[in-house]
Design a protein around this ligand. Structure first.
Ligand SMILES: O=C(O)C1=C[C@@H](OP(=O)(O)O)[C@@H](O)[C@H](O)C1
Ligand SMILES: C=C(OP(=O)(O)O)C(=O)O
Length: 429
């Protein structure tokens, strides 16, 4: 259901402290591994958002017992000590959550269940064929219910046995993440060879880190070959604390870089295991001042210059650079982001379209976007394409002299339901 448009009034200054909710990537990984682990896991600082709700609903239908705190940020999960065993009474609807669809697809292929995975219309356009091909190589039995290569899927489980497989890494790192997380459920050793350029690599580090927290060792041969020896089992670490979401932090840090005073984001800092924390380095390179603490990061305004950078390592936070670029003194080129085209929407085209609407000069390439600084903003409603990040990164336009109107602001519920409320706490009008 779409919400009424939201108009943000021009902001004179930003300053203060803002805490970001838990990481989406870590929340959904932690829930899945807690479900498969031996023992009970208390997941704390869990993100409460649509993507996590889809994972939780799926786990419930698969017979996983858990208790969610009233504010939904703590979840005590009773692990199954192995693969899923309960065939759900209905299809698992996973919205548009890539971090639910891809990992569940692989884990269910290794489980003794028959299950359908469905999603929103956009999910039916988001590729999954490279993962399904790799799962078939390892013995999986997965059928496409509509279009070959895309959800919805039917999984006839328990056939995944392991062995040596290859997976194309050039469309989404989530395919490799899914294979890695399902590997300990297989009878045989699993060896995964990467074909093509592995995109969004830091998300693989998140996967390896959390698997290790749950007691599984993966041998990583230079991100080209991964080996998971058979006989390993997930074991609960007892408690698992989800760190704040680094991609969600990007909007507040960018606001400080554009407008100043000083904004401190808490819940995430120099110890973060999320690749998107490197967004702050890009701001620094553009001219902002960045201070690191172990559990927070602060940014102060600088005279911003454009940058020309490969941002494949920060695919989500890089969108925030595209709107920050409007406030710089020279053009910015964001390179090697072809996979923006297969996310919540075709993000390269959508970003270029909306940036042009506000009056910016933009060049949209096959795998890059170049954005020129803008002095004369046009107040025109921003279409958000059911993409939370478009809504959030265009909210930065309120740091100009004009108001900004965001259509369907409720789409931030995918990862950050109270984004606009938290943004307001650092804005002075
Ligand atoms: O593994 C993850 O948690 C994610 C990986 C990235 O996707 P791709 O690997 O498809 O780029 C990222 O964009 C997404 O928001 C979360
Ligand atoms: C690409 C994203 O989501 P997903 O996990 O659905 O891939 C995102 O959150 O920007």
């Amino acid at each position: 259901m779409t919400q009424d448009a939201l108009t943000l009034q021009p902001v004179k200054k930003v300053a203060g402290l803002v805490n970001v909710p838990g990481s989406k990537s870590l929340s959904n990984r932690a829930l899945l591994l807690a479900a498969l682990a031996e023992g009970t896991t208390t997941v704390t600082n869990l993100l409460d958002s649509d993507d996590i709700a889809h994972m939780l609903n799926a786990l419930k239908l698969l017979g996983v017992k858990y208790q969610l705190s009233p504010d939904k940020t703590e979840c005590v999960v009773e692990g199954l000590a192995g693969a899923f065993t309960q065939t759900p009474s209905e299809a698992l609807f996973l919205g548009n959550a890539g971090t639910a669809m891809r990992p569940l697809c692989a884990a269910l292929a290794a489980s003794n269940v028959k299950v359908e995975l469905t999603g929103e219309p956009r999910m039916e356009e988001r590729p999954i064929g490279d993962l399904v091909d790799a799962l078939h190589e390892a013995g999986g039995n997965i059928e496409y219910l509509k279009t070959t290569g895309y959800p919805p899927l039917r999984i006839n489980g328990k056939t995944l046995t392991g062995g040596e497989v290859s997976v194309d890494g050039s469309v989404s790192s989530q395919f490799l993440t899914a294979l890695l997380m399902a590997a300990p459920l297989c009878k045989k050793d699993v060896v995964i060879n990467i074909k093509g350029q592995l995109v969004s690599k830091p998300y693989i580090d998140i996967t390896l880190h959390i698997m290790q927290q749950f007691g599984v060792v993966v041998t990583n041969n230079n991100y080209q070959k991964f080996t998971i020896n058979a006989g390993q089992r997930y074991t609960s670490p007892g408690r698992f604390m989800v760190e704040g979401d680094a991609s969600s932090a990007s909007y507040f840090l960018a606001a400080a870089a554009i407008k100043g005073g000083k904004v401190t984001v808490t819940g995430i800092g120099s110890n973060s295991i999320q690749g998107d924390i490197r967004f702050a380095d890009v701001l620094e390179q553009m001219g902002a001042q960045v201070e690191w603490q172990e559990e927070s990061v602060s940014v102060t305004k600088g005279a911003l210059n454009g940058v020309d950078m490969d941002m494949n390592h920060i695919p989500d936070a890089a969108m925030t650079i595209a709107t920050t670029a409007l406030f710089a003194q020279s053009p910015t080129t964001i390179r090697n982001v072809y996979n923006w085209r297969v996310k919540e929407t075709d993000r390269l085209h959508a970003m270029a379209t909306e940036l042009k609407k506000v009056g910016a000069e933009v060049e949209e390439g096959e795998d890059y976007i170049k954005v020129w600084p803008l002095s004369d903003f046009k107040h025109t409603p921003i279409d958000t394409y059911n993409d939370h990040r478009i809504a959030m990164c265009f909210s930065l336009l309120a740091l100009n002299e004009q108001p900004v109107t965001i259509n369907d602001p409720g789409c931030t519920a995918k990862t950050f339901p109270d984004f606009f409320t938290r943004l307001a706490t650092i804005c002075k009008h």
